[in-house]
Write a new protein. Structure first.
Lengths: 107, 115
């Protein structure tokens, strides 16, 4: 079965510190991977996609096929990064989401 | 463009009551989805549709029904609400080739409380 796992429900770091949100997937074939973010009282929105190889708001994510991981990283956390983050994989006409990680950036 | 809208924004039901949640999108997307969001469980897919007149079960379909009579609308029905269906419900839509053409767009959510 297709599965996306985010092992950390909560993550708290200080402003200016590096951030890494973990994501592992279990999929047949090569799924397309995404990170979505939900800021307080806002709807979910796309943060970045693997296929685009992009950096959004200082975040990057590297696909490691050997470890089946797609961890989200940012070298210097900012207070406005506090939000709920979801890793997702696209396959068989639908997105499968992980359980989400709530990131809190302390001043 | 309004994007994806959901009606209502909040609702309180008593156990056994029925209701329908409406999702509408104005982006001419083929695919539409209903999710529920619960603490610690993330987003779980209830039902989805890959085109007008088609529906399919997701991860947690029990207790819900859906209909896609028009391309722009996707309805989620609860025939007999249970407290376990207390949740935040999100609708989303996307073009077919999500991985190539973009993203899934989400609605603002509907908070449902079943007493």
């Amino acid at each position: 079965a297709q599965r996306v796992t985010q092992p950390e429900k909560l993550l708290s770091v200080f402003k200016g510190a590096p951030v890494e949100l973990k994501c592992n997937y279990s999929y047949s074939g090569s799924p397309e991977l995404f990170w979505y973010v939900q800021y307080s009282r806002q709807r979910l929105q796309l943060l970045l996609r693997h296929i685009s190889r992009e950096s959004i708001k200082g975040f990057t994510a590297d696909l490691n096929k050997g470890e089946t991981s797609f961890h989200l990283k940012k070298p210097f956390a900012q207070e406005e990064d506090s939000a709920m983050y979801y890793c997702a994989a696209w396959g068989a006409q639908k997105l499968v989401f992980g359980q989400g990680t709530r990131l809190t950036i302390n001043p | 463009n309004a994007g994806v809208t959901q009606t209502p924004k909040f609702r309180v039901l008593k156990t056994g009551q029925s209701m329908t949640l409406l999702c509408a999108q104005d982006m001419n997307h083929e695919y539409m989805y209903w999710y529920r969001q619960d603490p610690g469980m993330g987003l779980r897919l209830i039902h989805y549709s890959v085109g007008e007149g088609t529906t399919a079960k997701g991860e947690v379909p029990d207790g819900y029904n859906v209909s896609r009579l028009k391309k722009q609308n996707f309805l989620l029905g609860l025939e007999s609400a249970a407290p376990s269906q207390t949740s935040v419900y999100f609708c989303a839509s996307s073009p077919p080739r999500l991985w190539a053409y973009g993203t899934q767009y989400f609605g603002p959510g509907t908070r449902l409380l079943v007493l």
